[in-house]
Write a protein that binds this ligand. Structure first.
Ligand SMILES: Cc1cc2nc3c(=O)[nH]c(=O)nc-3n(C[C@H](O)[C@H](O)[C@H](O)COP(=O)(O)OP(=O)(O)OC[C@H]3O[C@@H](n4cnc5c(N)ncnc54)[C@H](O)[C@@H]3O)c2cc1C
Length: 477
């Protein structure tokens, strides 16, 4: 699908070449086909089934904010869509060029500028892959505390653009808690700096406008992130529970007395059976709670013993460190190779939602019921927990006889799952973002605040060049 007429395309190509050099621009079909999907399971399933998804016209690889600024000035002048690409591991189709245009890939922007030992921060360019940054700061005795399972595939800009959350986030925080400074290139090419400070009271925090903006408001080019000392030890503990309710009660009571484990994950009976029954003995139909504690030995002794008492009081059965440690050691295994690399019309995805404790269990049951109506297997874990609530990872999959049934079943599961979530007072995305998958639900989700987002978009990007069709914004006829 070519959006650009050949004259505009030629003009664009010449201008891009003059900005970044010939070797950093491509319009090769193989490159464009590779970029026609991210880790959105539907884009992968469709490609496996032989369906071609929309292609960008051109892919460009800038090396600096200045080059990005010039590219956006040209794109604005010619009114060409620009779609930022980070690591390309997003799960919502955020990097797909659904209206053609330029895919702007940040993989050349990989400088790690400096570690500030005094302030415990590190500044890096947006294209630095998570694991490279983590290993670099590890060499100096620090950790970023941000460890999404996509750490080896996603980069700093992608983490920030999707408002991502790592698996140790109960203790260290999510990316919005960890980002102290930002540089962003706006759609008109101007470069905006949000100073690195622990907090401020100079009006609203504009960093938060760009954290989670999924490329629709500009391009994140640099960030200053918090650092933590590598903990003396990470300790693991696991408990099974007869049902979701008692497992959630244990979690709620742990947070209530202000213990903040680094790992808190509750697997429902289906997910617990899938993840642990081959390796550990526990009663069929039971849930599994994984806990992890980061800190010094003395502090971990206190936090662990208080948590153990709470788990026992809530009807838990102690399984020692086994399941929790196994999950940590093998947390990347299931993705490589992807379980969905089967032939045929297998569909699957994860709807990650969030709610406060008073609604969380109702959201879980309502979504499960609404999704299972479509004959898909649903299994879930509560994966990122807080003092006031937590997230649920609702995973579904099934095998379908043909493409048409597969894609329509996929859509119905999403429509009905999200509708049930919203009806019960949940929020439709905890950490994966909106992208294309959730774009049509964004207005319902945000309700009265949607028009604020829309107006911000119109002011910052009047020609609608930035990542059109994502986050419920800029959908073209
Ligand atoms: C195996 C696997 C495990 C995952 N585990 C987690 C997890 O534990 N926690 C979690 O939160 N997510 C997880 N994800 C989802 C995803 O990887 C994250 O949301 C991640 O932050 C996306 O980063 P990326 O660099 O891959 O972004 P991309 O996929 O490249 O882009 C995602 C979106 O951000 C925009 N974007 C990218 N870079 C920029 C930039 N510099 N400026 C402006 N916009 C930009 C893109 O246009 C797109 O809309 C996982 C994904 C996979 C495949």
């Amino acid at each position: 699908m070519l959006l650009l007429d050949s004259k505009t395309k030629k003009k664009l190509l010449n201008r891009l070449v003059s900005i970044v050099g010939e070797e950093h621009v491509t319009q090769q079909e193989t490159d464009r086909v590779l970029n026609a999907h991210d880790c959105w399971p539907l884009s992968e399933a469709k490609i496996r089934a032989g369906e071609m998804l929309p292609l960008a016209d051109i892919i460009v690889f800038p090396a600096s904010s200045e080059e990005i600024s010039q590219i956006l000035i040209v794109a604005n002048e010619l009114e060409v869509p620009v779609i930022p690409i980070g690591g390309g591991a997003g799960t919502c189709g955020g990097t797909l060029a659904i209206y053609g245009g330029i895919q702007l890939d940040l993989k050349r922007m990989v400088k790690i500028f400096e570690i500030d030992h005094e302030s415990m921060t590190v500044k890096a360019e947006a294209g630095v892959i998570g694991i490279d940054l983590e290993e670099e700061v590890n060499r100096h005795g620090y950790t970023m505390g941000h460890t999404p399972t996509s750490l080896r595939a996603s980069n700093v800009g992608g983490f920030i653009a999707t408002r991502s959350g790592g698996s140790l986030s109960s203790l260290y925080g999510k990316i919005e808690d960890l980002t102290l400074g930002l540089q962003v290139v706006l759609p008109d090419g101007s470069v905006v700096e949000c100073k690195s400070v622990p907090r401020h009271s100079v009006g609203p925090d504009l960093r938060q406008l760009f954290i989670g903006s999924e490329g629709v408001l500009g391009i994140i080019t640099e960030a200053t992130l918090r650092l933590f000392l590598i903990p003396e030890e990470r300790r693991f503990r696991s408990f099974s529970f007869p049902d979701v309710h008692s497992g959630l009660e244990a979690i709620r009571n742990i947070f209530r007395i202000e213990i903040t484990p680094s790992i808190v994950r509750l697997y429902d009976p289906e997910d617990a059976a899938m993840a642990f029954s081959m390796h550990f003995e526990f009663e069929e139909g039971h849930c599994m709670l994984l806990l992890g504690f980061d800190g010094d030995v003395a502090q971990n002794d206190i936090d662990e013993s208080k948590s153990v008492k709470i788990c026992n009081d809530c009807g838990g059965t102690d399984h020692g460190e086994g399941p929790s440690k196994r999950w940590w050691d093998h947390r990347y295994d299931m993705y490589y190779p992807s379980r969905l690399t089967t032939s045929g019309f297998a569909i699957g995805d994860t709807i990650d939602i969030v709610a406060t404790y008073d609604k969380l269990e109702n959201v879980y049951h309502a979504m499960k019921e609404a999704m299972e109506v479509h004959d898909v297997i649903v299994m879930s874990h509560f994966s990122h927990m807080y003092q006031n609530g937590g997230s649920i990872y609702m995973i579904f999959f099934s095998s379908q006889p043909d493409a048409e049934t597969a894609w329509s079943t996929y859509k119905k599961v999403w429509d009905d799952g999200v509708a049930a979530c919203l009806r019960e007072g949940g929020t439709m995305s905890h950490q994966h973002g909106v992208g294309l998958t959730r774009s049509t639900y964004t207005e319902d989700e945000l309700g009265s605040s949607f028009h604020v987002l829309k107006q911000i978009k119109e002011v910052l990007d009047p020609k609608g060049i930035m990542n059109p069709g994502k986050l419920g914004l800029g959908v073209r006829k």
